[in-house]
Design a protein around this ligand. Structure first.
Ligand code: ATP
Length: 136
């Protein structure tokens, strides 16, 4: 069975959306395999976001991810990588489709980083790499 890493980012935890997001994952029929509340250090985030290093939003993104606790979840199910990204909606929360997590609960806050509530791995390679990073 395929697995993915889902993160509820600091904005999602701070806005008390953890239960709602877990509910949507479970309602879709995926299984929660492991879950933890994490306050990651900078080195974990640097590895997690290494592909974005040097981009204009990189530093604000890392600072945002350090701003509060994150919920890390190992989720399993057939085609769960693609399926969770579909539940999450597109990156920009302002235009993400209603019915998705980002579309229903996200918006633009005029900040330098998109605070879009969740992360989901984007490929089997990313999922393996990210799961080993967040679930050591
Ligand atoms: P995630 O990887 O978190 O699921 P994603 O795959 O939709 O999101 P990526 O392109 O991997 O998006 O970007 C990682 C994160 O960086 C985004 O979720 C968002 O928080 C932030 N981000 C991406 N692009 C921008 C941008 N142009 N301006 C501000 N923030 C951005």
């Amino acid at each position: 069975v395929e697995e993915t890493l889902v993160l509820i980012k600091p904005d999602g935890v701070a806005r008390s959306l953890t239960g709602e997001i877990l509910r949507r994952i479970e309602a879709k029929g995926y299984s929660l395999v492991d879950i933890r509340l994490v306050q990651p250090d900078r080195s974990v985030l640097a590895k997690h976001y290494e592909e974005h290093e040097g981009k204009p939003f990189y530093e604000p993104l890392v600072e945002f991810m350090l701003s509060g606790p994150i919920v890390a979840i190992r989720v399993a199910g057939d085609r769960v990588i693609e399926g969770f990204r579909s539940l999450a909606g597109t990156t920009d929360p302002t235009t993400a489709a209603p019915g998705t997590i980002r579309g229903d609960f996200g918006r633009d806050w005029g900040l330098r980083v998109q605070q879009n509530l969740v992360h989901g791995s984007d490929s089997p390679e990313s999922a393996a790499r990210e799961l080993s990073l967040w679930f050591k």
